[in-house]
Design a binder for this molecule. Structure first.
Ligand SMILES: NC(=O)c1ccc[n+]([C@@H]2O[C@H](COP(=O)([O-])OP(=O)(O)OC[C@H]3O[C@@H](n4cnc5c(N)ncnc54)[C@H](OP(=O)(O)O)[C@@H]3O)[C@@H](O)[C@H]2O)c1
Length: 359
């Protein structure tokens, strides 16, 4: 569906799906008692290419006792959303079935036991799904204040990457003075991880495709390495190797990553863009006294996600926006989620894309 953003309001007014269609969107927290007021969402009409994304209406989210309802000003687009659209990454039980892992907006409704937030607070939040919407309900533990000085678009694109990057650096025991290699420094996670690590006193090396993207990593605080220009292993070894590697590539980079890791180092794999299954040289890992860490954010138990969100507020938010600022490549109207997905698939995005719902 290709919509002129200026037409979205008109389109939404005319968009009244049949009751049966609306009912198919009813899930979990989306309470039939709130049937009267609908919200516009961007959802999937099946699994497949970007064309399956379309605007629809869903019942207004009803907060559970510890939930806040956020009126979404911006929702981040993540690579996981592409996998969900293709049917390869189902949302956790109880989450809305439409995509969206992070939002920024204002608190417009609260459950009776919410203690951290007030109506009208400007916030950002980590959601397990359903961010592509005008409104979303989220447990108060997964909400952070919108950092002063960030636009809505920036605030809508920071939480998923900040939680992923910071929890992974913590799991790897990354410390000031160490060298971090970010495999995928041009991505949404990588471009923020560079800044977070640099702000915490790490020396950062980062890979990207082409000299321009490598230069952009440099501008964020890393030594940029164009992986198309020569051997990344040689270059990183010249630079002394890495104590910690934050890797989005997976199997296809396993051998190279071990070749670049320093003794007592940690290889933390968060993405599998070069494959799932590979051969691991355990002799090399043992000789390095190395650690191999695999991690995901979305599927974690609530208590772990809540602890990560609080750690990000404590350890990352003080650096935002002076030393850490999400790179927003572009914003699309909610009805143009298909365009956003195509853009992310093109490989030309540096940093993040966001969707802005109609108000
Ligand atoms: N485990 C978790 O909790 C978690 C959380 C968030 C994201 N992720 C995963 O982490 C990965 C990165 O997420 P993102 O949001 O940063 O994605 P993104 O914005 O799409 O960025 C992808 C990054 O991977 C690099 N890349 C892709 N294919 C490559 C290849 N063949 N060789 C070298 N570099 C390559 C890209 O570099 P160039 O474009 O410069 O080539 C870019 O830096 C995704 O797989 C995502 O699913 C995992």
């Amino acid at each position: 569906m290709h919509l002129d953003p200026s037409l979205i309001g008109t389109f939404a007014e005319n968009l009244k799906p049949a009751a049966s269609q609306t009912e198919t969107l009813y899930r979990g927290r989306y309470d039939a008692n709130h049937w009267g007021v609908d919200v516009i969402i961007s959802t999937l009409r099946g699994f497949g290419g970007p064309e399956v994304l379309h605007l629809a209406e869903a019942p207004d989210p009803a907060p559970s006792p510890h939930d806040v309802v956020v009126a979404v000003r911006a929702a981040g687009v993540n690579r996981a959303d592409l996998l969900q659209r293709e049917g390869r990454y189902p949302p956790p039980a109880g989450s809305p079935e439409w995509p969206g892992l992070e939002v920024a907006g204002e608190v417009v409704e609260m459950g009776g036991r919410v203690t951290r937030w007030q109506l009208g607070d400007a916030v950002c939040a980590l959601v397990a799904g359903g961010g592509y919407a005008q409104r979303v309900a989220v447990h108060e533990d997964l909400v952070l204040p919108r950092p002063d000085g960030l636009s809505w678009e920036e605030a809508g694109s920071i939480v998923e990457a900040a939680c992923t990057a910071w929890s992974t650096l913590e799991a790897a025991d990354a410390r000031a003075g160490q060298t971090l290699l970010v495999q995928g420094g041009s991505g949404g996670v990588g471009s923020l991880a560079i800044q977070i690590a640099a702000a915490h006193g790490m020396r950062v090396l980062a890979t990207a495709r082409g000299s321009d993207r490598a230069a952009r990593c440099e501008a964020l605080g890393a030594v940029g390495i164009d992986y198309t220009a020569g051997d990344v292993v040689d270059r990183v070894r010249e630079l002394g190797g890495a104590d910690v590697i934050l890797d989005v590539l997976g199997a296809g980079a396993l051998a190279d990553n071990l070749a670049m890791l320093r003794p007592d180092g940690a290889l933390a794999v968060i993405g599998l863009q070069r494959g799932v299954r590979g051969e691991l040289d355990l002799g090399r890992l043992l000789a390095l006294r190395g650690r191999l860490i695999g991690t995901t954010l979305r599927a974690r138990p609530h208590a772990q996600k809540a602890a990560i969100v609080r750690a990000v507020e404590r350890d990352v938010w003080p650096f935002v926006p002076t030393q850490v600022r999400p790179v927003v490549h572009g914003a699309f109207a909610l009805g143009e989620a298909d365009h956003a997905h195509r853009a992310l698939e093109s490989g030309d995005v540096f940093g993040k894309l966001v969707l802005t719902p109609p108000r």
